[in-house]
Ligand binder design. Structure first.
Ligand code: GCB
Ligand code: CA
Length: 893
């Protein structure tokens, strides 16, 4: 029929249909509808097994995503099983069949129809098994997968500040090919590797290495073709060679010196990707047997110890983030789209660098970095410590090889990393043993370094240290990698923020010839916390800005700092952490659900080339404060983040005038009224006008409780605290304490609770408070207070008193992730006190620990009738130790 109309076209159409069916590999995910059960399940690998009562899950899946919600310390680390019946149709009968796991943490064994198919160690790299001989075609097949995330001393990481989620948490695929195909058994890559030994503006030289397997019983003659196309799909170069493939053998063929004239380079601002179509044809009938497509970016780059990073001959300061594969309530089991969004966030922020930390991540992450022009470093998860065993070394080396081969073709990758803060956990105090341990760490480092350089001499190597240069020198680790990465937290874990730049200068002076990057820096920021007197470790958004502003400025001043990756793009779970949000590391510039903190907006304004204007505090939607203007409003500072010179701010239709921005921040004193407020920022520059608009629900709390302009309905006050806290689940506003004055409200007597740390005393506590998701309400306290008074009008009130004992009964608790420094908690002893409200004793001989123990949230609600203009007077009487109060809520009924 076709031939009658147009013979040639019809023939082409028929041929291409035939080719796609016969030649192209078939690959699809089998993510959905697995049966899952935790625990060692006897017989679960068998073909016939009753899993009908098992939970149904979809991959990506982890069994630890909700473990941080409960109070039970730790998370499930052990075995679990996944089972699924998979129908494979008859058409695939004569093909080779493979299964790919993009990642499963951390030891995996697969059984197909009851038979062992393969196993893999390590949680962050891809693996593939040939299952051809185990499959039944035209029938259902049983896949049973055993995954185990138990601690294994031979598999990195041993310990780290993140949760080692167990599960098949990345995509699983089935793949079918002809018996002659690009190899699948070389570190589970596509079997095609692309090198660009020479690239400049005039010419690029490309070498394509192809591994081709002949799984059939007879020898085969093939034509290998590599076609390079530009981004528009136009063919640029093409090479072919004829090969003889012996039966049951894999052959490596390198097509060398493919020249591209005037190449369009891969660059940060123009990340142009060529595509290489590698094809295998049957020599006899020109039938397409297999095809693989690989991106190639043509670029050259170098790092210089004094002048930093150069891409395609141009100096570029690398500025970006680290990232964990982690999301609110999902753990590490993220869908592709979620990974993609994260990389977009970096690009939209103006970032040009991603430290893929602390392990290789989903393939789409790397693909996005290629597409968006984000330079990357990728590393294996050798973190905190090593095991002195051959097994550990072998696994680490294997992981490095997997990483290199699996990420090899990504133009964005320019650095391979392999150790992070490896001396953070020193297993020995004994000097001799420690020296022996150092020798072993050094051996692991040197072996990894030489492995990486051998596998890929085209890129740089990097190791990341924490601020303990003496130890790294003692272990002879400072000279091994080509780049030194420094993870620096001065002004966070350590008190003096200015130490940061001194340490940088010291490193530059001391380690001559070494390229220096700041691989981590960052403060904890709980997006719900604000403070107008920000200080270290208060987790406020405002301290976050001060810290990042300081670091960014100091790095910009130093050309020898080749680049930086702030810690971290996103908040992430770390089971053993106790911070403002329990089990969560809050150093993200976006939250667990990707809400943008002020720190993100600050970077966006600082790094973006296009004009940008963003009102800060935009996630602080329910805001509050005490009346402090003659017009009965509350004036609070509001930052606007912008790279425009001048901003005008308009509140509820009234202009507050213009302000110049400094370090991309313009701060306004904004008078908020009770209820809903609209805030608009306007930037004008060179003919453009940009607007940003937010709305704020403001809860005004009167200072003078006897006036009628602003009536009192409720107040939530955190004692011993200068912070503001938004309880997002209740839409409630918590405000700082103030001292009582007649006619108003506040505390009488006492001092804010401070804790001892290795670096002096700090406000509040950082222990996790059990029984609440509002840690900050309980983590500060007023010690030795005599009373809390509020001169409210007559009426009925609910008074809620909030307590948590912050003094533990054990003297010393080493913080888990304070980079070595030790913190102490003072001993509570016996604390007993009485509480009376308006002269009536409501609690006597009250001991928090006797009834509730240490660090548990306690809220007691009292109904109180206020008459005769007496107001509220809550008095605390000392019985043993000092009385305390953590917070108070007064609510008019
Ligand atoms: C570090 C670690 C990182 C931690 C971070 C922190 O130096 O490399 O894994 O999460 O500090 O927040 O303490
Ligand atoms: Ca994926």
């Amino acid at each position: 029929m076709f031939i009658m109309k147009n013979g040639l076209v019809a023939l082409l159409v028929l041929m291409s249909v035939y080719f796609t069916q016969a030649g192209n590999r078939i690959i699809y995910t089998i993510n959905d509808g697995w049966r899952f059960a935790k625990g060692a399940s006897f017989g679960a690998k068998a073909e016939k097994f009753d899993d009908a009562l098992w939970m149904k899950v979809n991959i990506p899946h982890t069994w630890n995503n909700l473990d941080s919600d409960d109070e039970i310390p730790g998370y499930y680390r052990g075995q679990a099983w996944y089972r699924k019946s998979v129908f494979v149709d008859k058409n695939k009968q004569n093909k080779r069949a493979f299964i790919y796991f993009e990642g499963a943490n951390q030891e995996t064994s697969l059984y197909v129809n009851g038979k062992f198919a393969g196993e893999h160690k390590g949680g962050y790299t891809r693996f593939c098994f040939d299952i051809t001989s185990l499959l039944r075609f035209g029938e259902k097949n049983t896949f049973a997968v055993l995954v185990d995330n138990s601690h294994n001393p031979d598999i990195p990481p041993l310990s780290a500040d993140f949760t080692f989620y167990g599960g098949i948490y990345r995509d699983v695929y089935l793949q079918f090919t002809e018996p002659v195909h690009f190899s699948t058994n070389h570190y589970a890559t596509s079997g095609v590797y692309i090198r660009t030994p020479k690239v400049n503006e005039d010419e690029a030289v490309v070498d394509v290495t192809c591994l081709i397997s002949n799984d059939s019983d007879s020898k085969s003659k093939i034509i290998l073709e590599n076609v390079i196309c530009d981004a528009s799909g136009r063919e640029v170069e093409k090479t072919t060679s004829t090969l003889a493939l012996p039966a049951k053998k894999t052959v490596t063929e390198v097509q060398k010196n493919i020249r591209i004239k005037n190449p369009r380079l891969w660059d940060i601002d123009d990340p142009h990707r060529y595509m290489v179509y590698s094809r295998v044809y049957n020599k006899d009938d020109f039938r397409l047997m297999d095809e693989v497509v690989t991106p190639v970016g043509l670029r050259w780059f170098s790092f210089d110890a004094d002048n930093g990073f150069f891409l395609n001959g141009k100096h570029r300061k690398l500025i970006g983030t680290c990232r964990h594969q982690d999301y609110c309530k999902k753990g590490n089991a993220l869908r592709d789209e979620m990974h993609v969004r994260d990389i977009l966030l970096i690009k939209e922020m103006g970032g040009n660098f991603l430290r893929v930390s602390h392990y290789p991540q989903d393939p789409v992450v790397m693909e996005m970095c290629d597409k968006l022009g984000i330079v990357t470093s990728v590393e294996i998860p050798v973190v905190n410590a090593v095991t002195e065993s051959q097994g550990f070394l072998d696994n680490a080396v294997f992981m490095a090889k997997e990483m290199i081969h699996q990420c090899f073709n990504h133009p964005s990758v320019m650095i391979w990393g392999y150790m992070n803060e490896i001396l953070l956990r020193k297993p020995y105090k004994d000097k001799k043993k420690l020296e022996q341990y150092y020798l072993d760490v050094e051996k692991v480092a040197r072996t990894l370094e030489s492995t990486i350089r051998e596998e890929d001499p085209s890129r740089y190597t990097m190791m990341a240290y924490h601020n303990d240069p003496d130890s790294y020198e003692a272990a002879r680790l400072t000279d091994i990698s080509m780049i030194q990465g420094w993870n620096l937290y001065q002004g966070w874990y350590e008190p003096d923020i200015n130490e940061f730049q001194r340490l940088l200068d010291r490193a530059h002076r001391t380690y001559k010839g070494k390229v220096i990057m700041v691989t981590e820096y960052g403060p904890g920021v709980d997006p719900r916390l604000h403070s107008y007197s920000p200080e270290r470790f208060d987790f406020s958004q405002e301290y976050g800005i001060d810290y990042h502003n300081h670091y960014l400025n100091e790095m910009k001043k130093r050309p020898f700092v080749a680049g930086s990756s702030l810690w971290n793009l996103n908040d992430f779970y770390s089971e053993s952490r106790a911070d403002a949000v329990p089990h969560v590391n809050n150093k993200g510039i976006v939250g667990l659900s990707r809400e943008q903190k002020d720190t993100y907006l600050f970077y966006q304004a600082s790094l973006s080339k296009a004009p940008i204007i963003k009102i800060g505090n935009r996630e602080w939607k329910t805001r509050g404060g005490v009346v402090n203007t003659p017009e009965n409003m509350c004036s609070q500072i509001l930052p606007v983040f912008t790279n425009m010179e001048e901003v005008e701010l308009i509140i509820n239709g009234k202009s507050l005038g213009k302000k110049k921005s400094e370090d991309c921040i313009a701060k306004f004193n904004v008078p908020f009224c009770n209820g809903s407020n609209t805030v608009e920022a306007v930037g004008r520059q060179a003919g453009i006008e940009l607007h940003d608009l937010i709305s704020v629900d403001f809860k005004l709390i009167p200072s003078d409780l006897n006036q009628h302009e602003v009536s009192f309905s409720e107040m939530n006050v955190m004692l011993g605290s200068p912070r503001y806290f938004e309880d997002r689940k209740a839409g409630a506003v918590w405000i700082p304490e103030q001292e009582y004055k007649p006619g108003s409200w506040g505390y009488v007597g006492g001092t804010p609770y401070r804790r001892e740390t290795g670096f002096g005393t700090m406000l509040g506590s950082e222990v996790d408070i059990a029984g609440t998701d509002n840690n900050p309400v309980f983590q500060t306290q007023r010690v030795g207070l005599e009373a809390f008074r509020a001169d409210v009008l007559d009426g009925e009130y609910s008074v809620y008193l909030y307590w948590a004992e912050l003094d533990s009964d054990t003297k010393k608790e080493s913080l888990i992730y304070n980079l070595g420094a030790e913190a102490t908690h003072s001993v509570a002893g016996v604390r007993c006190f009485g509480v009376s409200i308006n002269g009536v004793s409501v609690l006597d001989n009250f001991s928090i620990t006797r009834e509730y123990g240490y660090a548990r949230a306690v809220v007691k609600k009292f109904k109180v009738v206020v008459t005769n203009g007496q107001g509220l007077n809550i008095e605390f009487s000392r019985q043993e130790g000092e009385p305390v109060l953590n917070a108070i809520r007064i609510y008019k009924n």
